[in-house]
Design a protein around this ligand. Structure first.
Ligand SMILES: [Zn+2]
Length: 170
């Protein structure tokens, strides 16, 4: 679904688990990149709504695209905001960038394939969607909302503990 904020719930939850090894910015950028095709179809009324972008093969290509563009866009954004770490400009490691982009596009395909009948996640190997309606739309929305809320709480709790530990050490 174009630009649904629900995808971000899983991203926030993953951020809580992986902390500095995951970039929520790259993940979010991948969500936008994924939904450019459906948005274009909605605007023009032409083409396959989810189409190739919402397959695991398409998601792989879009993850690579999101990783490369997202790394430089995010670093540029951080520089514009004047954010730095230890007096140096922040760079996002390639492993973090690529990992976050893949988590972004694959979780997007997985989530959307539960909801949309036109999705063919394993195209061109298969045109079936075995995941359709495994969960109700309401259950999916709740899952995304709660994982986002729990993720945010856990993330800030861990950050606070880390800050406290640093204060004790130094
Ligand atoms: Zn989508």
């Amino acid at each position: 679904m174009p630009f649904t904020p629900f995808h971000m719930g899983l991203g926030i939850f993953t951020k809580a688990l992986l902390q500095g090894s995951f970039s929520l910015m790259i993940f979010g950028w991948a969500q936008i990149v994924m939904d450019i095709q459906p948005l274009w179809v909605l605007i023009t009324g032409e083409g396959h709504l989810h189409g190739f972008s919402h397959t695991y093969l398409g998601g792989t290509l879009l993850a690579l695209f999101s990783a490369v563009t997202g790394k430089y866009l995010s670093e540029f954004g951080l520089r514009l905001l004047g954010m730095s770490q230890g007096g140096r400009t922040i760079t996002i490691r390639w492993t973090v960038t690529v990992g976050s982009a893949f988590i972004g596009t694959f979780s997007h395909v997985a989530l959307d394939s539960l909801m949309h009948s036109d999705l063919q996640p394993f195209y061109p190997l298969s045109v079936d969607n075995p995941f359709l309606a495994l969960l109700s739309v309401e259950a999916i929305h709740k899952l995304c909302l709660y994982s986002g809320l729990i993720g945010a709480a856990v993330y800030f709790w861990v950050q606070q503990r880390l800050a406290r530990r640093d204060r004790i050490q130094f």
